[in-house]
Write a protein that binds this ligand. Sequence first.
Ligand SMILES: CC(C)(COP(=O)(O)OP(=O)(O)OC[C@H]1O[C@@H](n2cnc3c(N)ncnc32)[C@H](O)[C@@H]1OP(=O)(O)O)[C@@H](O)C(=O)NCCC(=O)NCCS
Length: 262
Amino acid sequence: MEQKLIRNAIQSDKISVLNFCKNTFSWGDYIQDVWDYWLAEGNLLVIEKSYPVGMCHAFFSKNQVWIEGIRIDSNFRRQGLASELVKHVESLAREKQMSFSLMLIDTENTSSLLMAKNLNYQIFQTWNFYSLLPGITRNHKIKFGDLSNYPEISHYVESWRWLVLDNTALFSLSTQNRIIFSDKFGDISIAILTDSQHFDNTLIVTLFSGSQNNTLELISYIQNYGAQKNYKKIQILTKETLSLINNLEYKITFNLMKKLLC
Ligand SMILES: CC(C)(COP(=O)(O)OP(=O)(O)OC[C@H]1O[C@@H](n2cnc3c(N)ncnc32)[C@H](O)[C@@H]1OP(=O)(O)O)[C@@H](O)C(=O)NCCC(=O)NCCS
């Protein structure tokens, strides 16, 4: 039987991996933009037969592992390779005493969702992705906060990873004025602003929308903030459905898949 091996990626794998990651999705792929960052971060894995035929990246933080960028060469699918990569990462995570494994899957990516369900992942939350164009706006009244009264907010998004919002993260975000809220009109809306580490001038917003008017206030502020700070793109992730105002564009919906490891 042909040998399979999972190993850490090296720089020279890039060409062969990018060869099968060109047209992964209808719009292409993003692996070419993150490969160097992920290689530098470590835990970039390839699965090879006599050459790499699959990859994924693992990001260990706090009590969880985040699995991203699972790709299998289309000539080698349905051979259990993606499942082996995921199980390999899970075993690394168990060695590090991590409690959870998480991954984000487009709600329309049936093959990937089936793979995750086969590996006992469950839909933990469903998140909508909207894009917003920066632009000058006026009359937005927001406040800066620290979220200490909102223990139900367990994660925030940083570079498209859902990370644990623990006290260290909270302190860092609030001292940088990266947590904003509006409570003028009924239920509070809260947003956490982070910079993408992988894409230039991209602002990533985790939004918890309590009421539409409060959310409008935040979106108006964020749009203006984006223009003032010269962001090119604003990406908003939220569990709620937003009204399409202020150049807000709905993009896609994702399931956040979670598995308990211990
Ligand atoms: C999704 C993907 C990673 C799966 O890789 P794979 O190596 O083919 O997956 P596996 O062989 O481990 O599949 C495990 C199970 O997932 C399910 N599955 C995987 N692909 C499937 C498909 N095309 N149709 C139906 N079920 C599928 C099956 O239940 C399969 O078990 P089975 O073959 O015994 O029936 C691969 O199709 C791929 O690279 N797709 C494009 C990139 C992508 O969508 N990545 C995930 C982003 S979150």
